[in-house]
Design a protein around this ligand. Structure first.
Ligand SMILES: O=c1ccn([C@@H]2O[C@H](COP(=O)(O)O)[C@@H](O)[C@H]2O)c(=O)[nH]1
Length: 490
């Protein structure tokens, strides 16, 4: 008998969250209103253990329900592998619905062997309005096949179940969205505010069978899980890496989202700047390869200052080589970055290998808990990064098996990613200028935070060339922090 409250069921919910099959943010939905939650169960095909667990739960549920049916049909496409697994396990035949009916050959909408009057059980991954299930019901019924029941993995509780019942199909669900939210809250992955925001959305956006909204078509819902309006404290609980949680909490406690880009070549000057500006920053960004003859105690001195003033250190190395080389660049050579940096930056250009290389470099010695910011966009004029590259970078940052080492994304726009547990680091920040002579482009602190979605603003020459870098750091800290506070009150 399937126990829907069991630890195994709860563990599956957490796993779905961890692999980003269940995510939070600001997502465009088929119904036209943005949603604070999104399920993407397509990713489970990459996790055989998750597939097997879901398959087993579906089979147990099917046995409990004790339904009469000759065939199983998965709603295309995401539910197809789940239905296949279940059909094999219970030794039933499968029917496959073609989404696009062929214009040649048999022109069949339903593939598989069946007789008029046979009964078919439908399997679906997610139900929102129920329209996808109904399309499959219609195709099956057009062939004379009887459909009375459907098993659904997740019910978003937006009216789909009732819409389908109107058409004579009972929906049996493994998980409701409310249950899943409570499990994630119990597990400490989300806070009560998040649960309430999602519940509010679900209540407001109830969909009728014709696709209209139960409250009329002018439904206005403020998505409180738009990352731009969320507090860093709340986002910390959603972050998937420990380091991202640490940085979110540090910013919230210290009330600063300023990163100083310390692009100076004199090692002593770097330490002096860290000492002076340290109280006002959350991150201190270095380019170690521009520093002249680095003294042996340089990185330990910098780390001591970081500890004293409570900021983290980022080496902006922009790794972009094959994994093996990246592992060596991170752990060996004159800089031994893995020994002292909290964060590094990396291009997504080499693909997954760059993250694998970083992980391998970390395994080399006994390093700090180091994390990565992936570059999805650059601030310079004429940058060759296009939309597809950006999209794939965000996939790497949110869906890959190495998301545990990712704290955030270096980018210029809020639209780049939705997940509130990632941090947007935005360089190209200056109060009085909009470009330099070598292609750098600047925006003001207020603009990058409020309009471009920056969580952390990176300031280099805006501080370094000021008469008093310390005073400039205070000025930038205040401008970036008040823009962040104003943004959360929108
Ligand atoms: O797209 C990017 C990525 C990184 N940077 C780095 O940020 C600082 C900016 O310095 P400014 O003096 O404020 O221009 C610098 O270290 C770059 O390497 C970037 O500018 N753009």
């Amino acid at each position: 008998m399937l126990d829907k409250q069991s630890t195994e069921m709860k563990n599956l919910v957490v796993k779905l969250y961890e692999i980003n099959a269940f995510k939070f943010g600001d997502f465009k939905m088929k119904v036209g209103i943005n949603s604070p939650v999104y399920f993407d169960l397509r990713v489970i095909v990459s996790y055989p253990e998750v597939m097997e667990t879901i398959g087993n739960f579906v089979v147990e549920y099917m046995k409990d329900l004790n339904l009469e049916y000759q065939h199983l049909c998965g709603v295309p496409y995401t539910a197809l592998p789940i239905a296949t697994l279940a059909a094999v396990k219970v030794n039933k035949s499968m029917l496959v619905r073609r989404k696009e009916v062929k214009t040649y050959g048999t022109k069949k909408a339903i593939e598989g062997k069946y007789s008029v009057g046979d009964n078919c059980l439908i399997i679906e991954d997610i139900i929102t309005s129920g329209s996808s299930i109904l399309e499959t019901v219609d195709s099956l019924r057009n062939e004379g096949i009887t459909v009375t029941d459907a098993i659904v993995i997740v019910d978003r509780e937006q009216g789909g179940k009732a819409n389908i019942a109107e058409r004579g199909v009972r929906v049996h669900t493994l998980f409701t969205l409310s249950f899943m939210l409570n499990v994630l809250k119990e597990a400490g992955h989300i806070q009560e505010e998040t649960v309430q925001s999602v519940n509010k959305y679900i209540q407001a956006v109830q969909i009728k069978s014709d696709g209209s909204f139960a409250n009329g078509n002018n439904v206005q819902v403020v998505n409180k899980l738009d990352r731009a309006t969320m507090l860093f404290e709340e986002r910390a609980s959603m972050a998937k890496s420990k380091k991202a949680k640490q940085l979110f909490n540090l910013m919230a406690q210290k009330k600063t989202n300023l990163c100083l880009a310390c692009d100076t070549t004199d090692p002593q000057e770097i330490l002096d700047l860290a000492e002076k500006c340290g109280p006002y920053i959350c991150l201190f960004k270095t380019h170690m390869d521009i520093v002249d003859s680095i003294p042996s105690n340089f990185t330990s001195d910098l780390s001591a200052i970081a500890k004293r003033h409570n900021f983290l250190i980022m080496e902006d190395r922009k790794f972009s080589d094959i994994g093996n080389t990246v592992a060596l660049q991170l752990s060996k050579g004159p800089f031994k970055i893995s020994k002292w940096a909290d964060f590094v930056t990396a291009h997504s250009l080499p693909g997954q290998g760059v993250l694998k290389g970083i992980k391998a470099g970390l395994a080399e010695e006994n390093p700090k808990d180091l994390n990565v910011f992936l570059l999805a966009e650059m601030s310079c004029q004429g940058c060759l990064i296009d939309e597809k590259y950006k999209e794939n970078t965000i996939k790497m940052a949110t869906e890959s098996t190495d998301i545990d080492v990712i704290t955030g994304v270096v980018c210029q726009n809020k639209e780049c990613f939705a997940f509130p547990g990632l941090i947007q680091l935005t360089p190209g920040v200056k109060i009085n200028e909009n470009k330099d002579d070598l292609g750098q482009q600047y925006n003001t602190p207020e603009y990058v935070v409020k309009s471009k979605g920056a969580d952390i603003g990176v300031v280099g020459r805006g501080i370094l060339t000021a008469k008093s870098p310390e005073k400039a750091a205070v000025e930038y800290r205040d401008a970036l922090w008040s823009a962040y506070l104003e943004r959360t009150q929108q």
